[in-house]
Ligand binder design. Structure first.
Ligand code: ATP
Ligand code: MG
Length: 333
């Protein structure tokens, strides 16, 4: 498919992230509905071409657990990536709309993510690097798929908006500077599952209670663009804090109270992830689910299981044997 911007008609805005924005578009020559991701990049033309070459891998991903890609092209100064449109959006949006996700659905999410990670790694040697609710998509056929995986190192380096892949889903070893491994994705999956099952980000309490800003630089509050973030409550509402001194922007979209934004310390959270015991799903959930999430959130990456081993857990048998009507569930919201 030879994609050009002039053939794409914008139908709606789907959301905005740190790296860019996503639109629902129609490809006029074929009538195909697509999601177009627009990434503003800061790179010279040789690097841009390299990015496009790297993005080619996305075309070669054929799995029911991975978003398919129609193509990518340059539209200076942006790179556009056209992908499969998922009409129920991402799980962060879903739980914000309907509250905690039923555990039967969370079980299917866990299974799809593991299958997706296994496919990416076994077939393409790709590590996802950014597992979180906003990168897990659902459609009304009841398919759950991963998007935004780290195919392009050059793209990650060139994203103009200073986002450097630091997020609150980061594993303890990543926070401490270790290289990404497939095990880091498993930690992020564990945090994601707790967030979906309980309807809130697991470290919320710490963040809300923490009004000690002493370890942030003084101009933290003025750097924070309250106007922009607080006026668009459907997304960005809870992107928070960045410590300019470190040249790092740390962000996350979680359902925090708006007024707690000013009183939280992301640095403190990072310390906590490294120092404190990992969060847990909680005893209100079935034992199989708790056991699985505990396994994802083993703090030592060497002791943490790989996706393949986790697929052998009892809870994943439940996913494979599930009679839950996911397609029916998607029609309830
Ligand atoms: P971050 O930039 O921190 O990773 P994000 O994942 O929310 O955050 P984007 O990847 O730019 O940011 O996506 C923005 C929103 O667009 C997502 O939250 C999701 O709801 C929506 N979206 C992305 N891809 C698709 C798609 N293929 N189909 C439907 N909606 C999509
Ligand atoms: Mg995303």
């Amino acid at each position: 498919l030879d994609l050009k911007n002039t053939d794409l008609k914008k139908l709606a805005d789907l959301g905005q992230g740190n790296g860019g924005s996503v639109e629902k578009v129609e490809h006029l020559p074929t009538g195909t509905i697509m999601a177009k991701k627009i990434v503003l990049i800061d790179a010279k033309s040789s690097v841009r071409k390299q990015i496009l070459r790297e993005l080619q891998i996305m075309h070669e991903c054929h799995s029911e657990y991975i978003i398919s890609c129609y193509g990518s092209f340059l539209a200076e100064p942006n790179i556009c990536i056209c992908m499969e449109f998922m009409d129920k959006g991402s799980f962060d949006g879903i739980y914000r709309k309907i509250g905690a996700i039923p555990i039967d659905v969370v079980c299917l999410v866990a299974h799809s993510v593991l299958e997706g990670l296994t496919y990416l790694y076994d077939v393409h040697r790709i590590i996802h690097r950014d597992i979180k609710p906003s990168n897990i998509l659902l459609n009304s056929e009841g398919s759950i798929k991963l998007c935004d995986f780290g195919v392009s190192g050059e793209l990650i380096n060139s994203i103009a908006n200073t986002f450097v892949g630091t997020s609150v889903y980061m594993s303890p070893e990543r926070i401490q500077g270790a290289e990404y491994s497939i095990k880091s994705d498993i930690w992020s999956l564990g945090i994601t599952l707790i967030e979906l099952a309980t309807g809130r980000f697991p470290f919320c309490d710490t963040l809300e209670d923490d009004d000690d800003l002493s370890d942030l630089d003084e101009d933290h509050e003025s750097n924070f663009d309250n106007e922009k973030y607080n006026k668009t409550p459907t997304h960005r509402d809870s992107t928070f804090g960045f410590n300019k001194k470190q040249g790092r922007r740390l962000s996350k979209n979680i359902n925090l109270q708006e007024d707690s934004l000013s009183s939280m310390s992301i640095i403190e959270l990072m310390h906590q992830i490294v120092r404190e015991p990992a969060p847990r799903l909680g005893p209100q959930f079935e034992e199989e689910a708790e056991e699985f999430v505990d396994a994802c959130l083993v703090k030592d990456p060497d002791e943490r299981h790989s996706p393949k081993t986790l697929l052998e857990y009892r809870w994943m048998d439940d996913a494979r044997d599930s009679t839950f009507n996911l397609q029916g569930w998607t029609s309830t919201f």
